[in-house]
Design a binder for this molecule. Sequence first.
Ligand code: ZN
Length: 655
Amino acid sequence: MAYCRKMEKNMDKTDFKWQADRFDDIKVLRYQVPGFEKLTLRQKKLAYYLSEAALCGRDILFDQNFKYNLRIRKVLEAVYKEYKGDRSVPEFAAFEKYLKKVWFANGIHHHYSNEKFQPEFSENYFRELVGAVPSLQHEKEDVLGLIPVLFDKELYALRVSQEQEGDMVVASANNYYEGVTQCEVEQFYGSMLSPDDREPVSVGLNSKLVKEDGKLKEKVWKVGGMYSPAIEKIVYWLEKAVEAAENDRQKAVIEALVDYYRSGDLKEFDRYNILWVADTESFVDFLNGFIETYGDPMGYKASWEATVNFKNEEATRRTEIISANAQWFEDHSPIDVQYRKKKVKGVSAKVITMVQLGGDCYPATPIGINLPNSDWIRKEYGSKSVTIQNITSAYAHASEGDGFMEEFILREEDKELLKTYGVLADDLHTDLHECLGHGSGQLAPGIKGDELKNYASPLEEARADLFALYFIGDAKMMELGIVPNMEVMKASYNKTMFNGLIGQLTRIEYGKDIVQAHMRDRQLIAAWCYEKGKADNVVEIVKKDGKSYVVVNDYERLRGLFGELLKEIQRIKSEGDFEAGKNLIETYGVKVNRVIHKEVLERYAALDLAPYSGFINPVLVPVFDRQGEMTDVKIEYPENYMEQMLGYSENYSFL
Ligand code: ZN
């Protein structure tokens, strides 16, 4: 494995500029697409058409995140392009920074914390800007009406509210519901779920629920429905992609997706997913649709996202070994026997090279993906799982020598472990999390899978993480030739405990609780294991010169604790034990240790790093001959974040 990584490193041009921009708590990176040139012309065409389709839904996500997002973005862009006043004053810089943040978050709420951005320029300055922009004059009063939306702290404060005490639907600023209460949503969709989980359980996934004339009504996102102008463009490019498909199976996949976009019928979406899971042959692959439900506190509505990628054959050998042994892992999982899957189906896993990111995968992007989400399809047909190596590689390059490790890791040997095995430990964690973790285990009879409500996401992520952690420490890893030694486990465990107890606190504002599902999951795991192992000093928080460090003293015992927690969370999922799940998350995953938090933020601030990153996309440029035939597709790597965003708004604005 270390060998593959070295080979890939050699391919990276040494003068490649990994960071494109830096503002607020964000750094914008670039990624390379090694191997694109070696694709066949047909594959390049396919990647090009799918990439266009991936860019056409950008406006949908803006609108899903908040009903005024598109309006606001257009106003900000008009100001940015047309304002003739002094751009060298601090207030204009604050305005520009705000616009960069809005692009990055696909709206005016932070992509991770969900909180509304507070502009660092004044209301009066905003009035002045709007007053000086010719194209806004005919609608000036309307535009100024946006002032409370932008500046009033209390108004639309959170994109997603997880506040149990209140009405989560009403308190969330997202645009998935209008004029309806949480109670009404629960009744509306609760009655649609079928008692056996054979029918599509993904109810409500592709619509906005509104109340009109006192009646609840779904506005479906489809051709001829809500978001039609953008979806029509997506369909246009998908239909071109059908012509360039690598084989009949892939052709059928894309056609099914088009049928779904046309009909808005979720049964068609299931049919598409079933075909997509079965297509493991095609070299180029993609996602395009309403997929993840993190943006809806009720877990019904999915945000639009898209990716285009192709297989990294070299690195895929690692995941193939893991997949081929899926049943062994399931049989040895430390969970109750009745919740193990008797027969693990179709865990297909590969390492991919990303070509294009769109919608909710852009600019901030996942490093691993496991789909489809529908439990019944996973059970009957399996799932497809990927690790995105050119993205993890870009992260690693961009953070080299930034001083983070030196500041936060105490023992020299741990720093060495991280340097030598950090990336492999991460990739392997992602492989196991995605190819096996999410797909493992089964529900008890009669359990539908929606019982854990807003605790479902963090618990599910914790379950997949724990599965990965438990097996990274298994001697089987060496036996299978996946790791060279058990030092990889140490690197992985050090990272996990550090991140969950200290590292991720750098991304939370002082005084705030943890809201995001993956962060809740990570702290739950680390804090639970820290507490359970405290009597035996399994993991220690060492104080030195007024600084706190996380040190793992007993790796084997820690592995045992990961196994114990995995067993409990699997039980919670299998039995739909809402109270126990809630209790775990609320006890370990939400509240932050204020003393350590303050200290960590100060140390982190001194390093002057950005806690969040995302990417600008490469550009696929088709080459045509005199007859208008596409003869090649070139790949270019732009360097300017603002230009890419303005270009997208110019060329891919359909709503
Ligand atoms: Zn996951």
